[in-house]
Design a protein. Structure first.
Length: 243
């Protein structure tokens, strides 16, 4: 017996566009985990994020976003640890960068680590940060042997070095299609990767009108479905990337 977990990733552009449209997009996707980038970071923005979470029907711990705007929300269908931010080194005067991680599970299932990333605009930093995130996950004794998912805005195409580093360790799970800009997508820069032992189901499309997604933010969301075995290890099978 197995359960399905939907993991989505979405760059909100600081909720500078139409938060109601963005919440509508999220509700239609109906994720169990929502990996976020460009969450508002200023000290008085917490109420806006909390309101957005309620509009999406999701839970937000309120403890992340301050380092660089990555964060996540979860549904009540999952058990989840509080998410934590991990700072990433950047050049002097460069935009701050971090990643956000938490562990989630379907009641009775195995823990899965979920990670939201927003890589640098600088190619060298993107590569360094992707490598560092993988190294820190591997070095954590609680995570080293467990499955994990990394998703977010990579700020580069699949030909980039950071993308290739993630792809060497993980399976690309989200579809191969443009995600930016939302009004007329031309660049594929948002993706979700899963560790090889996880079973990624065939991608299920959701109706999202162009007018809606372009009003919501400047990125399109991406999402995957994972089949998780109840009461033990994640469901395992030989899969190819969904798409």
């Amino acid at each position: 017996m197995s359960s399905r977990i939907r993991v989505a990733s979405y760059n909100l552009r600081g909720l500078k566009d139409d938060p109601a449209a963005a919440a509508d997009v999220v509700r239609r996707i109906d994720p169990d985990v929502l990996l976020l980038q460009e969450v508002p970071r200023h000290p008085f923005s917490g109420w806006r994020i909390a309101r957005f979470a309620r509009s999406c029907g999701l839970l937000w711990s309120g403890r992340t976003r301050r380092l660089s705007g990555t964060g996540m929300m979860t549904s009540s269908r999952l058990e989840s640890t509080d998410s934590v931010d991990k700072k990433l080194p950047v050049a002097p005067r460069a935009n701050p960068r971090s990643y956000t991680a938490a562990q989630v599970r379907v009641p009775g299932g195995q823990d899965i680590t979920v990670v939201s990333i927003h890589l640098s605009l600088l190619a060298d930093e993107r590569l360094r940060h992707a490598t560092l995130v993988l190294e820190e996950l591997a070095a954590n004794p609680l995570l080293a042997d467990g499955p994990f998912v990394i998703g977010g805005d990579l700020n580069e195409s699949s030909q980039g070095k950071a993308w290739r580093v993630l792809g060497e360790r993980l399976t690309l799970a989200s579809p191969d299609r443009p995600t930016f800009p939302s009004a007329g997508p031309k660049s594929w820069i948002d993706a979700i990767f899963a560790s090889p032992e996880l079973t990624v189901s065939s991608h299920q499309d959701v109706t999202l009108e162009r007018e809606l997604v372009s009003a919501a933010t400047d990125h399109l969301p991406v999402w995957i479905d994972l089949e998780i075995a109840q009461g033990g290890d994640p469901a395992i099978e030989d899969t190819t990337p969904a798409g």
